[in-house]
Design a protein around this ligand. Structure first.
Ligand code: NAP
Length: 522
């Protein structure tokens, strides 16, 4: 039966009118649900969140809000199997992909719940060291973060309906801001179900969490100077949002997480058969195929020493050939379809674009291979594709065009300086990884590419057994990146909470500042 998704605004569920978007199972193209926000009064939704939710949160402390996040996390864990099932149906996820999203959501909420307990029974977060500003130590200055008086609007991408909702909501609610969350319409079923669970379990006070099932309508026109707009999605939509009147004219704070051409680098010292090499191959293969390559942090570019190019391509081909593409209801399948018909079209066009400067070394679908469990030619299936670009140059499609699917390009480099230039030519990314045990090379490569990234992971022999893949976003570390990646910053422990608070410099008698801040200014 087709399910009608409803928005949760002004303390209740409301169905939209008019034309409804279909949400499908990307393995079968069966319509699972419909959604529309037409007729939803966005101004009233925002006002209710800002006023009712804001007033409720103003009565609470970090510790209280941490307890709310803990309860949200537990409610997701309690409904984990149901949510995984929905992720498989609506997202084309394998069960393992679904866990990455759903467990990522509960884990991130739990991390911020613990941070709330640590920040304690206060509403103010001290920011760094204070300093005397006058002739005596008495006249003092201290930076602090205080709650903003607005609403946090979250516009998310299609690929992480659970984690995307949770990672943004965790930081905003902990900061003391009510949230209006809008997932991408095409894969909104998981986020919608999470909302139903949160509401049924009465975890949050009225107005603290609202949810939109469908398009944003004129939502963003309703935002003002105390509000925050946090967006994850394509570069093109990000550009529209940050050039809207709310941001340009009324100073709505905006954070954009967009495209990223994440790189993996194999160091010249890495020997065949070593733990470091094995980590590199495992990470590249996983990040190309997990969630069918639809991860903002997936590896798109692979740089290897020129002498290793052929051997690396051969090993990756062998590993990619083992990937079993098909309907994720089929238990042997290790990679599902991409999530939407549009994605399917875009990835195919993207491969053609990359082929303008590269050659296709491996196509998992060559020879008319059929996806497992595919019926009547339905489904948005794609096989992994590995390209090789022998003479990479800044400005090539491989350095400018993100293909959001199971696709990567391997390229040679001849020196650390050339490597840094090529990685930097990606225009700014979320995360890149460098695999090496050579300290001199690591210093040049890691510090050379660091300015182009929000995060750089180093894969070396000593951590190979416990390394966390670059594609896994950690709540304690920053997520975001300069340039093409949107110039945003999320997560990173307290830093992510700071996005939803106002940093203010307080200046005056140190004894008074200590009293106001509830702890000694440092
Ligand atoms: P998208 O088409 O830009 O959509 C993202 C979100 O923006 C959706 O919720 C969409 O709503 C909404 N939206 C679209 N037009 C809008 C408008 N004019 N006003 C307000 N909201 C609007 O991106 P996507 O296809 O979902 O996601 C894929 C992209 O996201 C990739 O390029 C990927 O790199 C990027 N991404 C980045 C990160 C990161 O953390 N940096 C994470 C994941 C994905 P509807 O669905 O209702 O249209």
């Amino acid at each position: 039966m087709v399910h009608e998704l409803k928005s949760f605004v002004r303390g209740d569920f409301h169905a939209g009118d008019g034309a409804r978007a279909d949400l499908v199972n990307p393995s079968t193209e069966e319509v699972l649900a419909t959604a529309s926000t037409e007729g939803i009064d966005m101004g009233a939704a925002i006002a209710f969140a800002r006023e009712t939710g804001g007033a409720e949160l103003a009565k609470t402390t970090f510790a209280d809000r941490g307890a709310m996040l803990k309860a949200l996390s537990k409610s997701i864990i309690a409904h984990r199997d149901e949510l995984l099932d929905l992720a498989m149906k609506n997202g084309g996820n394998t069960r393992s992909d679904g866990k990455f999203d759903v467990d990522g959501a509960s884990g991130t909420l739990e991390y911020y719940a613990d941070l709330g307990a640590e920040l304690g029974a206060t509403n103010v977060m001290i920011d760094g060291e204070g300093a005397p500003v006058g002739r005596s130590a008495r006249l003092f200055g201290q930076h602090a973060f205080v709650p903003r008086g607005g609403v946090a609007v979250h516009v998310n991408a299609f690929n992480f309906p659970a984690w995307g909702l949770a990672e943004k909501a965790a930081c905003a609610i902990l900061a003391g801001m009510p949230v209006v969350s809008k997932p991408a319409t095409s894969t909104a079923i998981v986020a919608h179900r999470m909302t139903e669970i949160f509401v049924a379990e009465k975890i949050l006070p009225p107005g603290v969490f609202s949810f939109l099932a469908g398009g944003a309508g004129d939502l963003l026109d309703k935002l003002g100077g105390q509000d925050v707009l946090a967006f994850t999605g394509s570069h093109a939509t990000g550009k529209k949002l940050r050039t809207g009147a709310a941001v340009l004219e009324r100073g709505t704070r905006v954070n954009v997480e967009a495209d990223s051409l994440n790189a993996a680098v194999l160091g010249p010292d890495v020997e065949e058969g070593s733990d470091t090499e094995s980590l590199f191959f495992t990470d590249v293969t996983r990040d190309m195929t997990q969630k069918t390559g639809q991860k903002c942090t997936a590896i798109r570019r692979v740089y290897v020493p020129r002498a290793r190019l052929e051997a690396v391509v051969a090993e990756l081909e062998g590993r990619l050939a083992k990937v079993k593409v098909g309907d994720t209801a089929h238990e042997d399948v290790t990679m599902g379809p991409v999530s939407t018909a549009q994605q399917h079209k875009d990835v195919k066009a993207g491969i053609e674009k990359l082929a303008g400067c590269s050659t296709i070394a491996f196509d998992g679908g060559a020879g008319g291979k059929q996806p497992l469990g595919q019926k009547d030619g339905k489904g948005f299936f794609l096989f992994p594709v590995l390209l090789v670009c022998e003479s990479p140059r800044p400005g090539d499609a491989v350095h400018t065009h993100e293909v959001f699917g199971p696709v990567a390009t391997v390229m040679p480099y001849d020196s650390p300086e050339e490597l840094v230039r090529l990685v930097g030519a990606g225009g700014g990314g979320l995360v890149s990884s460098v695999y090496s045990d050579d300290k001199a090379f690591l210093k040049k490569a890691v510090l050379g590419i660091a300015a182009f990234h929000g995060r750089v992971t180093i894969g070396s022999a000593k951590v190979a057994g416990q390394a966390i893949p670059p594609g896994t976003v950690m709540p304690q570390l920053l997520h975001g990146g300069p340039g093409r990646a949107g110039a945003g910053e999320e997560l990173g422990g307290r830093r992510g909470v700071g996005l939803y608070m106002q940093r203010v410099a307080l200046q005056g008698d140190k004894a008074l500042l200590d009293l106001l801040l509830g702890s000694p200014a440092r």
